[in-house]
Write a protein that binds this ligand. Structure first.
Ligand code: 5AD
Ligand code: SF4
Length: 468
């Protein structure tokens, strides 16, 4: 059979080919081959990992919880330096496992592989790695694996960028009842601290028809909640042949029968439109939760970060959203210690946090990423100063979150039952605002929306009971 040129047919060809190879090895060993996918980083990576698992399963590998597997793949993150360090650390451990299992293969992919110095280092000092690929050619995984089996040598394939989106490859959902759905890839914002635009490439939106089709298929397969994923969902659709807005896409998704909940992330404040706020206010399915990264409360720092909004504009936006959707939960990301951040700038961040009253906030210590404009800035803030500010911010964020989270006590809300604990017969449900509630129930509730009376807030989760 000739190798197909078109995708995804080409990948299905390589899946078949590798399947035969894997079946032969399994027969020799008298046991199935196993795989383990470890994900670092964000929800985008988590979704990519489901695609990798889908392909491996199709090829005949069986999943295994830990790294004592025949095929181990690390889907890496590089947004902060410590993510990279963790991968190097874990590779040493994998090397030891590989010495004991001659059939073991190790693959690395994801954002960290898009950095030239990382690949150089791996080539030189980590020769035991079998397969290295990046973020743009993840759809070629089956083909790369086939090449590895054929040549017996380390395979490296990294692309600088792509304009291609390959649809309809296998994928493997972690939860039967909810799923992430990519709506766009890449980022064009170039915030000055951020490496994402360099490793994820330029913004590309999927066609709305394909997104809606995918969600319909998911719903037919038992999914009731989707999380629409993109680095900056608010600029969705701008570069499509027939441009549409994110708000218009949401309206189309809202129409899908059987779908109960819609979430999305991440929103960039500079692109969040009035149209979107209106759609959120009217929607019956969009969850009352918005993750709206602010990064800093100082207009001067925001300018240096290239965020393209001021503190006042951000606060104005928050007001507008709260007016349209009064009960909405707001969460955010904040970076402490960006170059040039003074105590006054930091005070601006604290005052913004106080004013917005976030339901929760992810706080990060600024990490210098080489190649980004901020890495070359003077006035890098000394480590002890940053650490001390970070602790103060964290204490403030937690104190506020404890208060804001409790505001739904005594109300009944719908929760999506996600887990059942046999020992105490408690079901864990997720509320629209993303908080968890534990309530007495049974395993059969999993995957269903259950009305729950929120009896008591325990800091960052609720205890409740099923409402009549
Ligand atoms: N240092 C620290 N935090 C960063 N983030 C992105 N780049 C960096 C960096 N260089 C944070 C931002 C972003 C989140 C996903 O990670 O807050 O919103
Ligand atoms: Fe990074 Fe800014 Fe793009 Fe987010 S919007 S991925 S912080 S460059």
């Amino acid at each position: 059979m000739e190798i197909p040129v078109k995708e995804p047919e080409r990948q299905y060809y390589f899946i078949e080919k590798t399947k035969e190879k894997v079946a032969r090895i399994a027969e020799q060993l008298g046991r199935p081959l196993t795989f383990c996918v470890q994900t670092f980083g964000c929800q985008m990576n988590a979704r990519d990992s489901e695609k990798l698992s889908g392909i491996l399963r199709e090829i005949g590998y069986e999943e295994q919880e830990d790294e004592h597997a025949d095929f181990v793949i690390y889907n890496t993150c590089t947004v902060r330096e410590n993510a990279n360090l963790r991968v190097y650390g874990r590779l040493g451990y994998l090397h030891n496992l590989k010495k004991k299992n001659p059939h073991m293969m190790i693959a690395l992919c994801g954002c960290m592989m898009q950095e030239a110095h990382v690949v150089e280092k791996l080539k030189k000092s980590y020769r035991f790695v079998d397969l290295i690929f990046g973020t743009h050619n993840i759809y070629k995984f089956a083909e790369l694996l086939a090449t590895r089996f054929e040549t017996g040598e380390m395979v490296i394939d990294i692309w600088k960028d792509t304009d291609q989106i390959v649809e309809n490859l296998p994928n493997d959902r972690k939860y039967p009842f909810k799923s992430g759905v990519n709506i766009m890839f890449g980022c064009n914002n170039f915030c000055s601290y951020c490496i994402v635009p360099y490793v994820r490439g330029r913004e590309r939106s999927r066609n709305p028809e394909q997104i809606v089709e995918e969600i319909k298929r998911l719903v037919a397969d038992g999914v009731v909640e989707v999380m629409l994923l993109g680095q900056n969902v608010n600029s969705y659709g701008k570069n499509l042949e027939h441009p549409i807005t994110f708000a218009q896409l949401l309206m189309q998704i809202e129409q899908i029968e059987g779908l109960e909940r819609i979430r999305f992330m991440t929103s960039h404040p500079k692109d969040l439109s009035d149209e979107l706020i209106e759609v959120m206010a009217k929607s019956r399915k969009i969850c009352p939760h918005l993750h709206l990264p602010v990064q800093s409360g100082s207009t001067k720092i925001l300018k240096d970060m290239n965020r393209r909004y001021t503190k006042e504009q951000y606060l104005q936006l928050v007001k507008k959203i709260r007016k349209a959707v009064p009960d909405i939960s707001l969460t955010t990301d904040i970076i402490v210690g960006f170059p040039g951040e003074t105590e006054e700038d930091f005070q601006e961040t604290l005052s913004l946090v106080e004013e917005v009253q976030y339901d929760s906030a992810f706080t990060f210590i600024y990490s210098k990423r080489s190649g980004t404009p901020a890495a070359a800035m003077e006035n890098q803030v000394p480590e002890e100063v940053v650490k001390e500010r970070f602790d103060r911010l964290l204490a403030k964020v937690q104190e506020i979150a404890r208060r804001t989270c409790a505001r739904f006590e005594g109300r009944t809300q719908e929760a999506l039952a996600e887990e059942y604990n046999e020992e105490n017969h408690l079901v864990t449900g997720r509320l629209g605002n993303n908080l968890l509630v534990h309530f007495p129930g049974e395993a059969g509730m999993i995957g269903h929306m259950i009305p729950v009376y929120l009896e008591e807030c325990k800091g960052f989760y609720y205890l409740g009971r099923k409402a009549e």
